[in-house]
Design a protein around this ligand. Structure first.
Ligand code: ADP
Length: 158
């Protein structure tokens, strides 16, 4: 496969995301990790902060680029001439929404979606739980990269 795109909010980027990025990068010649820029949604980290943490986290992978988009994913993919979206599946609760999104995207533009099943050790990690556990003072550090942990601490100290 030539080009693929892994879209997400990455608020923040976790080791679960990293595992999917590492595996997806082996399946294509260029993987674009695209951060969804939705100004209507409140995020813990700004777009630039989310992109910076991703950039640092994937620096060991030569064929991964970090980008962002607003609006429909299919429009972004068409613009960048990318035909495949990658998504990570944690468990069956991810499946209904992911399948619906994949079908909608395919009907709108012919874009295919490829799902990678998360490895057992990453199944329980989600950005929202990382944020919540960090906010409550729990040990979330093993689920993120050292830079993300550092940025989380700084953010929560504000
Ligand atoms: P989250 O669901 O953690 O808020 P995103 O909205 O950024 O994350 O999700 C981007 C993609 O990454 C989605 O396909 C999501 O299912 C997947 N993903 C999120 N966390 C994990 C994980 N721990 N393992 C595998 N895939 C994941």
């Amino acid at each position: 496969m030539e080009k693929a795109c892994y879209p997400g909010s990455f608020d923040p980027f976790t080791r679960g995301h990293l595992e999917i990025i590492e595996r997806a990068s082996c399946l294509c010649s260029q993987l674009t990790v695209a951060v969804i820029d939705n100004p209507a949604k409140r995020h813990l980290f700004s777009l630039e902060e989310r992109k910076e943490m991703l950039q640092q986290g994937v620096s060991h992978l030569g064929n991964v680029v970090i980008d962002h988009f607003q609006g429909l994913l299919v429009d972004y993919l068409k613009d960048r001439q990318i035909g495949v979206a990658i998504r990570g599946l944690r468990d069956s609760s991810d499946a209904p929404v992911e399948m619906q999104m994949a079908r909608l995207n395919r009907q709108m533009s012919g874009c295919e979606t490829l799902w990678l099943a998360a490895e057992g050790q990453f199944l329980h990690i989600s950005s929202s739980f990382v944020r919540e556990i960090a906010r409550l003072g729990g040990p979330y550090q093993n689920w993120v990269t050292p830079l993300v942990a550092q940025r989380m601490e700084a953010k929560l100290a504000q």
